[in-house]
Design a protein around this ligand. Structure first.
Ligand code: COA
Ligand code: AMP
Length: 634
């Protein structure tokens, strides 16, 4: 095995076309591509130009045709609904074909957008695959977003149809989804022609006559639909992610490169074999869920577990071990925050030892930096490799990892190991020059990006270039900063923009500030991400009130918290707004958010030379101490 990683990485950069053409042999093509990589219109690169395929065929039908029809494709395990249901490849194919037929009966065709706003039920997976089957473009919106966020996405994607469910279940609380959907459609200017609603028994919803259809009734009347071939460069989905403003970015994923890269990753990064069980504990609303709950495991012929529950509280901190043992999971993927939650409730791992984890081979973590204490704890308790790997919604699959399928490299805590084949990672300084090993700079990826990475933003080529490509010409800027050590290991340290990471979820502090600034009594505001022992970071807002504000400071702070929940959603975990007399700024008026964060986290900070009035920092520190922050680290 030794040396296989280095050789694969070298070859992927020296001969990308040969490398990816070979990987593409694992996919069924309706028509072979004309060009592996079309670099004729930089910085827009197209993989497998001229090729035709269908992603749903590759994820389901071909496995049935190839003899896997009886193998489990999807195991739905829901401690909150009290249900475990297994769908074989043949069953899942049939259910998806019928749902696709139902969507077709409502006029959905190739290239139409379909928005999916659903909890973690098998129908959500079926909905994504049914869209892929018809060549329609799905856009899944995470259930923890509020109506205005949903409306923004509806207006950008302009879906013909919306698929939703009557409710989600958060531990023991039933969350009605339908009122949020109705409100979002009211707010949006692009009205969908129809909605299809899955009625869950815990909270059935009332349907809007003439617009809403009952899921079960529609499917019962449908005829199965066949796979519609699409071009490799036709979009499979749009997934919105936080940008630096309140307007999210519509990440586009093409069918061809996505199928090739994800299939390759299952064998080479995760070291999986077809037929084995893979479990990603995330949500289909995030990229991790798109890639590693739905598409990659199915494209590769594995069994995927769809878990509707939490790491703790459903019913206890042993839930993950119960699922691994019950379904014979080989490899699991989740966010470090889930492990911090488990470690907090079961520090000695007592619940782990109650389960037979003999099939379990490796744990992969991503979504936020894997803090070494959590990784060490997981290694000690589980006795398997714990692999931190780094990626983004934009990249669609890991940029750096310990590629277990190629070669197991020694783990260095705090590092997400080395660039995965296909990714040409460079650390650049502010002037665009490459930095030496050990020096911290902007983590950038030399163009072209490999298959599966975003080719552009939905209907926003200019924003794609200005957001990612303009600052370092010839490179994609990840907006993460870090360094590469003497052994070539990559350390991802921090974001360079205003994105914060809350329980593995990506949030824009700028987006939260836009909500706070809209309050009539708020003159100005700043939001920072403060360290949190469970969620990694949580947002904290600072408000300066207008002279003669109508309400008392405590009332405004309370309303600010409510507003963020209503406008962005509970996913923002925004619980603390603090009213301050003024904000620390530079002489040119820039708010010193970085310094405020350091004070809040109890870190050392230098008095910025450009500060307007140094006394304000003392005031901020006192206010933060009063609110329970700014403690020196334990
Ligand atoms: N629909 C509706 N509401 C949702 C939701 C959904 N799909 N998902 C989360 N929420 C709500 C939660 O109920 C919570 O609401 P509350 O403020 O009323 O309590 C809020 O959004 C924040 O959710 P979350 O950040 O998940 O916090 P939590 O306290 O419920 O759970 C963890 C904390 C660590 C257990 C949880 O974040 C977790 O399991 N993480 C696993 C990793 C993961 O999914 N990562 C994603 C990327 S890989
Ligand atoms: P998202 O697009 O929501 O997947 O968030 C991507 C961002 O999460 C990255 O740009 C990083 O800031 C952070 N991230 C994801 N995985 C890691 C990791 N393994 N180490 C450090 N940061 C990570």
């Amino acid at each position: 095995m030794n040396g296989r990683y280095a050789e694969a990485h070298r070859r992927s950069l020296e001969d990308p076309e040969g490398f990816w053409a070979e990987a593409a042999a694992a996919i069924d093509w309706e028509r072979r591509w004309d060009t592996v990589l079309d670099a004729g219109n930089p910085p827009f690169y197209l993989w497998f130009r001229g090729g035709w395929l269908n992603t749903c065929w590759n994820a389901l039908d071909r496995h049935v045709a190839g003899g896997r029809g009886g193998q489990a494709a999807l195991i739905y395990d829901s401690p909150v609904a009290g249900e475990v249901t297994t769908f074989s490849y043949a069953e899942l194919r049939d259910r998806v074909a019928l749902l696709a037929g139902a969507l077709k009966s409502l006029g959905v065709a190739k290239g139409d957008r379909v928005l999916i706003y659903m909890p973690m039920v098998p129908e959500a997976v079926m909905a994504m695959l049914a869209c892929a089957r018809l060549g329609a473009i799905h856009s899944v919106v995470f259930g923890g977003f509020a109506a205005p966020e949903l409306a923004t996405r509806i207006d950008d994607a302009r879906p013909k149809l919306i698929l939703s469910a009557s409710c989600g279940i958060e531990v023991q609380r039933v969350i009605p989804y339908k009122p949020l959907l109705d409100r979002a459609i009211e707010l949006a200017s692009a009205k969908p022609a129809a909605c299809v609603i899955l009625q869950r028994p815990m909270a059935p919803a009332s349907l809007v006559a003439g617009r809403d259809h009952d899921w079960q009734a529609l499917v019962a009347a449908a005829r199965p639909a066949d796979c519609v071939p699409v071009e490799a460069t036709d979009p499979l989905y749009i997934l919105y992610t936080s940008g630096t403003t309140g307007i999210p970015k519509g990440i586009v994923r093409h069918n061809g490169g996505h199928a090739v890269a994800l299939c390759w990753s299952m064998a080479n990064i995760y070291g999986m074999k077809p037929g084995e069980v893979f479990w990603t504990a995330s949500d289909v609303g995030w990229v991790v869920g798109h890639s590693y709950i739905v598409y990659a495991p199915l494209l590769y012929g594995c069994t995927s577990v769809l878990y509707e529950g939490k790491p703790v509280g459903t019913p206890d901190a042993g839930a993950f071990w119960r699922v691994i043992a019950q379904h014979g999971v080989s490899v699991m993927f989740t966010a470090p925050t889930a492990f911090r939650a488990i470690k907090r409730e079961d520090p000695d791992g007592t619940l782990i030892r109650r389960h037979d984890l003999s099939k379990f081979r490796a744990l992969f973590l991503a979504g936020e930096r894997a803090d070494p204490p959590t990784v060490e704890w997981a290694e000690r308790q589980l006795g398997v490799p714990v692999i931190d790997h780094w990626w983004q919604t934009e990249t669609g699959w890991p940029i750096t990892a310990n590629c277990l399928g190629l070669e197991t490299m020694p783990v260095k805590h705090g590092s997400s190991t080395k660039p995965v084949p296909g990714w040409d990672l460079r650390v650049l300084g502010t002037d665009g020059h490459e930095l030496k090993r050990g020096e911290i700079g902007a983590l950038c990826l030399k163009l072209p990006l490999p298959p599966g990475a975003l080719p552009t933003l939905w209907h926003a080529d200019d924003r794609f270039v200005s957001s990612y490509l303009a600052e370092y010409p010839g490179y994609y800027q990840t907006a993460d900063a870090g360094y590469v050590d003497e052994d070539g290991y990559v350390f991802v340290m921090t974001r360079t923009d205003d994105i914060i990471n809350v329980a593995g979820h990506r949030l824009s502090t700028g987006g939260i500030e836009e909500v706070l600034a809209a309050h009539p009594d708020v003159a100005e505001c700043a939001v920072i991400g403060v360290a949190d022992s469970l969620k990694g970071q949580v947002p904290v807002g600072f408000l300066v009130l207008k002279a003669g504000a109508a309400q008392l400071p405590a009332q405004v702070a309370e309303e600010a918290v409510r507003l963020v929940r209503e406008r962005i959603g509970p996913v923002a975990s925004f619980r603390t707004a603090i009213v301050v007399p003024r904000l620390p700024k530079t002489r040119s008026g820039k708010i010193l958010r970085g310094t405020m964060r350091r004070i809040a986290d109890g870190e050392e900070y230098k008095m910025p030379a450009t500060i307007d009035d140094p006394a304000i920092l003392g005031e901020i520190a006192d206010t933060l101490k009063g609110a329970g922050y700014a403690k020196p680290p334990a």
